[in-house]
Design a protein around this ligand. Structure first.
Ligand code: GTP
Ligand code: MG
Ligand code: ZN
Length: 355
């Protein structure tokens, strides 16, 4: 197999998909995304590329466009002749995505074909358990394995309390406690850095994602915020997603901090991150129990018994409400759009079959 593409995470599976379907074109991986332009790494070179007219014309939504981490078919492997053209996006094996509410509901791919997601949250005053729950549900949704990285532990005075709190909500997830400043916990990260495997680093702005990546890289490659901690609020230092190959340590994707407002999780992710509530709810008398005032509610009983916290249930209910609100909104939009999309989708399927 190709050496450089292997360093970029090429698997037999992807090589096979590429060979079965395409006779023209070359295989590459999207390593950065700018406005309307992508940087694609190929066996020979990194090329700037646009998407083909066909991709634009058959796009169903944002997620039909290439994203960082995607394996794509491109028309050249070196930059001898201007910008390249991306003709196809291979099936995504996994993807971190979020629903974005703009003019219309849209699915945005943050990073694709990833094996592990580092969910970063700082252990200082920004620590927020409810936000962490949201990130975890995005994590489970992706199809990759979420790992929690509690960052900046040098700034934390009561790590013990935070540890207890996280362990309660992050059932079945590895938790690492790190500081890029003191180097504490950084060793532990190594076991996740595996050649050919891709890690996406997500988390709010300013939690130290890029600082950590620079430390793992051993060079100051990613720009980090150098202003004093308190002045930094609200600014995004990393402005675009970028895939970086760590020598012999796999592949890592840096992302700009997400704004909370854009968290619109999928129902599935919520079910995964609150599975202890779902389990307990199986014991409720009514199958459609809202765990509010219904008699025979097992969840309420569990709260009284102290098995789960009241806040945890509130946060679960809140997320569920948001999701159903959004689904209704999307539903209305989808109805008017669905016919058009179905036609396009069928057309795309037919074209793929023909190849
Ligand atoms: N005390 C302390 N500060 C840190 C640590 N890691 C990063 N910082 C500081 O936190 C600030 C933000 O770090 P960045 O790496 O730019 O954060 P980011 O998550 O990449 O932020 P965005 O790119 O905006 O999403 C910088 O001032 C860093 O110096 C740490 O382990 N301890
Ligand atoms: Mg950054
Ligand atoms: Zn109930």
């Amino acid at each position: 197999m190709k050496k450089r593409l292997c360093e970029l995470g090429l698997t037999d599976d992807i090589a096979k998909e590429f060979e079965n379907f395409y006779e023209d074109g070359y295989l590459g991986r999207v390593i950065a995304e700018y406005k309307g332009l992508y940087r694609v790494a190929t066996e020979e070179d990194d090329i700037l590329a646009k998407v083909s007219g066909k991709i634009i014309n058959t796009a169903i939504d944002k997620s039909s466009y290439p994203a960082v981490g995607d394996w794509v078919v491109i028309d050249r492997i070196n930059r001898n002749t201007g910008n390249g053209v991306i003709h196809e996006v291979l099936n995504r094996r996994s993807a971190v995505s979020r629903k974005v509410a703009g003019k219309q509901m849209d699915q945005q791919i943050i990073a694709s074909n990833i094996d592990t997601i580092f969910i970063c949250m700082s252990a200082n005053n920004d620590f927020n358990l409810r936000r962490l729950e949201r990130y975890i549900s995005i994590g489970w949704n992706s199809g990759a394995t979420p790992v929690i990285l509690l960052t900046k532990i040098d700034l934390c005075e009561d790590l013990y309390r935070i540890e207890r709190e996280i362990e309660d909500i992050a059932i079945g997830i590895d938790i690492l406690y790190v500081s890029s400043f003191t180097g504490k916990g950084i060793e532990e990260i190594n076991k996740y850095l595996i050649p050919g495997k891709t890690i996406a680093v997500i988390g709010s702005s300013g939690v130290g994602k890029s600082t950590l990546i620079n430390l793992l890289l051993g060079e100051e490659r990613q720009q980090v915020n150098n202003i004093r901690e308190d002045d930094h609020k609200g600014k995004h230092t990393t402005t675009h997603r970028e895939l970086i190959v760590l020598k012999d340590k796999g592949i890592i994707i840096d992302t700009p901090g997400m704004r909370e407002i854009q968290f619109l999780d999928d129902a599935d992710g919520i079910e995964d991150s609150f599975h202890e509530i779902i389990d307990i709810a199986k014991g409720c008398k009514f199958s459609n129990c809202k765990h509010d005032k219904e008699p025979g509610c097992a969840v309420k009983a569990a709260i009284e018994a102290g098995t789960i916290s009241k806040e945890r249930l509130q946060s679960y209910n809140k997320l569920k409400r948001e999701v159903s609100f959004m689904e209704r909104k999307v539903d209305r939009k989808a109805k008017s759009e669905s016919k058009k999309q179905l036609i396009l989708k069928n057309k795309k399927l037919r074209e793929n079959k023909k190849r």
